[in-house]
Design a protein around this ligand. Sequence first.
Ligand SMILES: Cc1cc2nc3c(=O)[nH]c(=O)nc-3n(C[C@H](O)[C@H](O)[C@H](O)COP(=O)(O)OP(=O)(O)OC[C@H]3O[C@@H](n4cnc5c(N)ncnc54)[C@H](O)[C@@H]3O)c2cc1C
Length: 310
Amino acid sequence: MGAMRNVLLWASENPTLKKKVPQMKFVQRALKRFMPGENAEDALLAARLLMNNNIPAVFTRLGENLVNISEATEVTHHYLDLIDKIFAEKLDVEISLKLTQLGFDLSVDETHNNLKKILQKAKELLHNTVWIDMEGSAYTTKTIDFYKKIKSEEENVGLCLQAYLFRTHEDLNELIKINPSIRLVKGAYNEPHDIALKDKFRVDENYLDLSQKMLAKVKEGKLKAVFGTHDLKILNAIDNYSSTIGLEKNKYEFHMLYGIKTNEQLRLANEGHKIRVLISYGSAWYPWYMRRLAERPANVNFVLKNIFSN
Ligand SMILES: Cc1cc2nc3c(=O)[nH]c(=O)nc-3n(C[C@H](O)[C@H](O)[C@H](O)COP(=O)(O)OP(=O)(O)OC[C@H]3O[C@@H](n4cnc5c(N)ncnc54)[C@H](O)[C@@H]3O)c2cc1C
């Protein structure tokens, strides 16, 4: 894929840029397009506004690859408090998180305990699913193994899979055996040629193949399917395939990111589709934001335009 995408993904992991870029005022201004603010209250306000249009949300607090296990405890408490707030406000909001936010680099057992607390509280108060994001390929096997284990203990947990990885068909075949909840995305990291498709056309093609396999399993009652994409061609193809196999549109969900294709989000909701919007918030937004820019390098122009605005 494009050279600009590679540069932006490289920048997302560069320690010097990670320190400097978040301090730049014009970057902070441009960020507002994708993120309502840095605090949970900002996300709650955005979710209330979406609810006015009958669009429920998913929350994620930004942050990844913690270096100290006490930070993971803090993140866990943050999510537990957040569930209380969502419950108190009677909002329809799920949570999505990264295992490395819960201490995955430091202790798998602690991560398990942390997530279990979050899952149990979400089940008790919100009666909904908590999603595990999929991070870079160094984590794929570990994350899938982790998912299988925790899914055998708690039902309300979903996993993200990435269509750009060669292995995903095989992973899906294995996961289907445990009646999973899967959110399919294209994939946002800079992966090497030998494990990931690099050509956008081929990634899209693989996404479609995987989505059809998932929809067929939804029909058999063996999988809960979420499609995390803004690609309208793919959304239409998913709808058409569902009609072909006689699957009603309320049997699967679309998830999109806050600030991207907002009109489409409204259209889908108005047409009776199940759609949720993922709202990210938090102060550790740099790597996440660079991945958003990499998805559409034209977004860089938008950032640059903010140099001249107040
Ligand atoms: C709900 C959700 C959860 C996700 N979770 C993960 C995860 O856990 N792990 C992971 O690796 N990736 C995750 N992603 C990101 C995903 O992998 C893609 O990088 C991202 O969704 C862009 O791909 P696309 O499917 O929208 O298709 P694309 O072909 O990239 O985009 C389709 C169209 O959408 C618009 N668009 C897409 N992205 C942007 C953007 N950033 N800014 C402006 N317009 C844009 C453009 O008009 C583009 O033409 C998630 C995405 C979503 C929606």
